[in-house]
Design a protein around this ligand. Structure first.
Ligand code: ATP
Length: 365
């Protein structure tokens, strides 16, 4: 039972950064739905801590990622990050590590959990897909994550470009532990992704570290696949997979593939976490083409926030947080199934109309 009794005691402080583009629409919508779900589940109220980040922060603080935002995040256990449009930032910010990347690095949010599950009533290439990509978030083949100073990419001459990939046993083992413990709570099937026929040392270390961790999880059935073969198999028979553990770049690409196979960009959630902190973030970007038009689908961020509540529930020993997460998920599914959907899913509902419909349903059992 939580230490919080009654809705007026605020046990839960959650950060909120709207970011750019459709973030100004989907983040406030998510806050409404989370608040409504917690009321319906008789859970604690949230004390939302609004923090500047993105284009608005450049205007007000001279940087998209103010130190004050980072300092406050350091004091928080969890937060919601809206999408950012870093490609539109003026120099020198455009060429710097993006705000999301900076936060992941600063707080060592090493696990990027990306579920791909078809929503009922939504047309999808893989309607029976229900899997989770567990992506290592701090090293691997993304050179920008790999250096204490500098980017890990080099151009010794104008015609030669090099990139550094980094694999440490400690980082491979900790993402493997996340993935195996998730597999144990799901259907006990896990696939290790590698490319050991050409990247024998780097992806070989990743595979071997995962194998070693797997020995502590004897009930989990383990398969291993080359990343290219897996991409083909996901298209052909994606419903056969459950938990997939991958290094940073493979996991990024595979999870975009599985997100699209199971639905649309607007429905793909994600959670970034360390042992002590977690960040809900939709898998999609800031969609500048539809920003400000009340057309964005807030589903991915709703479902990401539900993942965040589920992550918080055991830490606060508060089942009401998990109940609120279930309410959000069921409300989204029932709303879409009833034919209320945004344009990206073939519907006609605006962001606000869809949000109101979900909000109304979180109160129903
Ligand atoms: P980034 O590099 O930040 O990921 P991007 O331009 O590659 O950004 P998105 O911003 O995700 O990708 O947009 C890709 C396309 O998907 C756009 O046409 C956009 O309108 C659409 N899209 C993305 N998210 C949503 C959403 N939540 N609702 C509706 N459409 C969306």
């Amino acid at each position: 039972m939580s230490q919080t009794d009654g809705r007026n005691a605020t046990a839960l402080r959650i950060g909120a950064m709207t970011g750019d583009g459709i973030g100004h629409e989907i983040v406030p919508a998510t806050i409404r739905v989370v608040d409504a779900a917690l009321v319906a589940a008789d859970g604690p109220a949230v004390d939302w801590v609004h923090l500047p980040l993105g284009l608005g922060a450049i205007d007000e603080h001279g940087t998209p990622m103010p130190d004050s935002t980072l300092a406050t995040l350091g004091e928080l256990e969890s937060w919601i990050l809206g999408p950012h449009d870093s490609a539109s930032y003026p120099d020198p910010f455009r060429s710097q590590l993006t705000p999301g990347g900076r936060i992941r690095k600063e707080f060592d949010l090493f696990a990027n959990i990306r579920p791909a599950r078809a929503l009922p009533g939504v047309r999808s290439v893989s309607p029976r897909m229900d899997l989770v990509v567990v992506r290592e978030n701090t090293e691997g083949f993304y050179a920008d994550r790999n250096m204490f100073v500098g980017s890990g990419e080099f151009m010794p001459t104008p015609d030669v470009a090099l990139a550094v990939g980094v694999f440490t046993r400690a980082a491979c083992e900790r993402i493997a532990r996340e993935a195996f413990s998730l597999a144990e709570r799901r259907s006990r099937k896990l696939t290790i992704v590698h490319k050991t026929n050409v990247l024998a040392m780097t992806t070989g270390l990743f595979r071997d570290a995962c194998r070693a961790v797997g020995e502590q999880f004897p009930h989990v059935e383990v398969a291993e696949e080359h990343v290219d073969a897996l991409a083909a198999h996901l298209v052909r028979r994606g419903e056969d997979y459950d938990v997939i553990v991958a290094e940073n770049m493979f996991g990024d690409i595979l999870s975009d593939l599985t997100g699209e196979l199971s639905g649309s960009l607007g429905t793909a959630p994600s959670l970034n976490s360390s042992e002590t902190q977690a960040m809900a973030q939709a898998s999609h970007g800031s969609a500048p083409d539809i920003a400000g038009k009340n057309r964005a689908n807030p589903t991915a961020l709703f479902l990401s926030a539900a993942m965040l509540l589920e992550w918080l529930a055991p830490r606060h020993r508060d089942e009401r947080l998990a109940a609120a997460a279930r309410r959000i998920r069921h409300a989204v599914e029932a709303t879409v199934e009833s034919g209320v959907a945004t344009a990206d899913l073939g519907g006609q509902a605006s962001t606000s109309a869809f949000t109101e419909a979900v909000e109304a349903r979180v109160h129903r059992r």
